[in-house]
Design a protein around this ligand. Structure first.
Ligand code: TMP
Ligand code: ASP
Length: 250
C-alpha cells in the first residue's frame, strides 16, 4: 500500500523522494529500476524495490544502534521509508576493502587484492559529468564540504565500514566495497543518508567460491549475469535469519 505522501521532491535512478505532512520528514520510495554506466543500461526488476528498502532499513537500524547518525526513521511499507529531510552533500563516498570494479580498470592494482587500510574515494555526484573521481585538490577547490565536515565524513565512513564488515561476516558474506552519501539536517548535523543495499554495495557469498556465482549485488546486472532478484533476496534472507535467531548476550 502506498503511504499518504505530498509532492515529489526528487526522482533519482532508483528512488523517489516525497514531501510529507510532518515537519522535516520525507518519504522515500525504492523503485524496481536498475541502471548502470550512468543509466546507459536500464531494466526493471519486480521485487527489487521492496528487497532494497528492507535491507537498507535493517542496515540503518544496525548502524544507528552502534551510534552512527542516519536519516532513517522507519520502514512504512514494502518499498517506502520515512526519513529525516537532509540537504545531500553532492559527493559519493566509496569505501573499498577488496580491489575490483573501477579501481582495477583505472589502476594496475590486482583484482581481488585486500586493501589494507581500506581505500576511500570521493566522486562528485553529478550525472551530467558522469560522477567523476575527485582528487583531494579538486575536492577542496569545489568547496562542497568544509574541512571539518570532511573529517567527520571520513571518521563515520571508517566506522561504518568496521560495522558493516562485522555484520556481513556473521552472514557468511563479504562486503567488498560500497558507496555512501551523507546529508546535513536542519541542525547542521551530518547524517548518513540515501540507501545501503546490493545496488550500492558489492557483496560476495563466502559459501560459494565461484567468482560469478558468489556475486550477490548489482554486478549481476552490470555484467549480465542474471539472477539479480534471487541474489538480493539471498542477502535479505540471511539478514532476516539473523534477526530471528536468539540473541547471544555474552
Ligand atoms: P566502482 O568500482 O564502479 O567505482 O564502484 C564502487 C562501489 O560503489 C560499488 O560498491 C558500487 C557502488 N556504486 C554506486 O553505488 N553507484 C555508482 O554510481 C557507482 C559507479 C558505484
Ligand atoms: N548507479 C549508476 C548508474 O546508473 C552506476 C552503477 O551503479 O554502476 O548510472
Amino acid at each position: 500500500m502506498t503511504p499518504k505522501h505530498g509532492q515529489l521532491i526528487y526522482e533519482g535512478k532508483a528512488k523517489r523522494i516525497y514531501e510529507t505532512d510532518l515537519d522535516n520528514r520525507v518519504l522515500i520510495e525504492f523503485k524496481n529500476d536498475a541502471t548502470a554506466f550512468n543509466a546507459l543500461k536500464h531494466e526493471e526488476f519486480e521485487g527489487k524495490g521492496r528487497i532494497n528498502c528492507e535491507i537498507s532499513a535493517h542496515l540503518f537500524e544496525v548502524l544507528e544502534k552502534a551510534g552512527v547518525p542516519t536519516h532513517y526513521l522507519s520502514r512504512e511499507d514494502d518499498c517506502w521509508m520515512l526519513a529525516k529531510h537532509v540537504e545531500i552533500i553532492p559527493l559519493e563516498v566509496v569505501v573499498r576493502n577488496i580491489a575490483t570494479g573501477s579501481l582495477c580498470k583505472e589502476t594496475p592494482i590486482e583484482q581481488g587484492k585486500e586493501l589494507i587500510p581500506p581505500l576511500l574515494d570521493y566522486y562528485f555526484k553529478d550525472d551530467n559529468l558522469g560522477d567523476p573521481l575527485l582528487s583531494e585538490a579538486r575536492l577542496e577547490r569545489l568547496g562542497v564540504i568544509s574541512k571539518k565536515k570532511k573529517l567527520e565524513v571520513e571518521k563515520l565512513s571508517s566506522q561504518i565500514n568496521i560495522l558493516l564488515k562485522a555484520f556481513f561476516k556473521q552472514l557468511d558474506l563479504t562486503i567488498v566495497d560500497f558507496k555512501l552519501e551523507f546529508g546535513i539536517d536542519k541542525n547542521g548535523q551530518i547524517l548518513l543518508s540515501d540507501e545501503i543495499s546490493p545496488d550500492t554495495c558489492r557483496i560476495w557469498d563466502q559459501r560459494n567460491s565461484d567468482d560469478k556465482a558468489r556475486i550477490l549485488d548489482k554486478d549481476r546486472f552490470r555484467k549480465d549475469l542474471g539472477g539479480l532478484v534471487n541474489a538480493y533476496g539471498e542477502v535479505l534472507k540471511r539478514i532476516q535469519g539473523l534477526s530471528s535467531k536468539p540473541h547471544n548476550c555474552s
